[in-house]
Design a protein. Structure first.
Lengths: 205, 205
DNA sequence: GTCTATACCTGGATAGAC
DNA sequence: GTCTATCCAGGTATAGAC
């Protein structure tokens, strides 16, 4: 890793716990192992470090569907086709995979925490946070469940209502366990039960 | 309002947007209309203002069940009796009442925002936030739905799973609309559909 | 209880030697 | 690209007059 990359890494770690204002340039420099003044050879300001983190997160998101093994957002027929073969166990395993990716992927989980605490302070951070964790998941799953109803895998129900019922427990558990990822087994057990209930309610028989 | 109370009021407003570290004693004093030095005649430190806010919130919580017209937490039979008479419309109206109280009660909504952004920084704040918004709601509703299943109002299902499905959309919508309470009509429409679906799924016929 | 004045510190950022 | 030295702004808090 270059020094510039290490600065971004350590800054994200510190921002995700202490916030942007709560983290000094000296804190970051100490974590990297250089003097605070030296940091300005890599970034012209503290703000520029944050901007770089946001840009990196945007790139990270573009590669995320690959990491999760998801088809592209706009190819709902392909997505539904993937889910079509799912039995209950596969659906449970799949939801856990997504949940744990958000909770444990080091970049995503730190960005979640930073986005949470910076949401009223930093519009550029909040915009990415809002889109990823509040908008896109619902949009994607709404389209997916609509397609799965059309294909008679799920019963007919308002796909957006289904999406909110599928996603909001995940969001709730992420919020609750983001502060204590060591207790994620507890979160997984709850998620497990929620997904099985979801399957029971909406699976066409 | 005494000057001391006005300091607490303005401090909570500022903390809920700019955070504890992001708010200076001068910011608070300006909002109150006094000099920063004068503020120290009322509180011995900035931290003591925050402590007072937390204490006030704790007292506020004790009076909240009254404000919401809820029976005491430990009287589940009385609670279930209240709900037992509910038809779909009454349940919808009731869920909106709770949701809007959290979103619009000036003290609670500002404490929600402050708790969100201070959760990794201030343990005393987070403890109250976690208990109110992450624990107690689920605990209460789990006991309530268990009682309602026993009384054959709702079908038999895991009451905790029901509670998470009832509460997590509320939590999700609070998170999403806390930053933009002017769009709460949109939130209410979504909540409306979720609650009707909940009723459809679990109401015994 | 409010004010002015001030002490003391930390934070962001720059200049210039090496 | 790292360092030391330094500047300046702003933050918390105190002292003491009124």
């Amino acid at each position: 890793m270059t020094t510039g990359e290490r600065i971004v890494e350590e800054a994200l770690t510190l921002f995700s716990v202490n916030g942007f204002k709560g983290t000094s340039v000296k804190n970051i420099a100490d974590a990297v192992g250089i003097r605070d003044a030296s940091l300005y050879k890599h970034f012209k300001s503290k703000q520029e470090i944050l901007d770089t983190i946001v840009d990196t997160m945007k790139q990270h998101i573009e590669r995320m569907s690959d990491a999760l093994g998801l088809p592209a957002d706009n190819d709902m027929k392909a997505s539904a086709a993937v889910y079509a073969t799912f039995d209950e166990e596969t659906l449970v395993a799949f939801s856990k995979k997504i949940f744990l990716f958000y909770l444990r992927d080091s970049f995503v989980s730190r960005f979640w925490r930073m986005g949470t605490i910076e949401q009223f302070q930093n519009p550029e951070v909040y915009e990415v946070f809002r889109k990823l964790f509040l908008e896109d998941s619902i949009t994607y799953q709404t389209a997916l469940f609509a397609q799965m109803s059309r294909e008679h895998i799920f019963v007919d129900a308002d796909p957006q209502v289904m999406a909110v019922y599928f996603y909001s427990p995940i969001f709730f558990l992420l919020s609750k366990y983001a502060a204590s990822p060591e207790k994620d087994e507890e979160a997984l057990q709850i998620l497990d039960k929620q997904v099985r209930e979801f399957y029971r309610i909406y699976k066409r028989r």
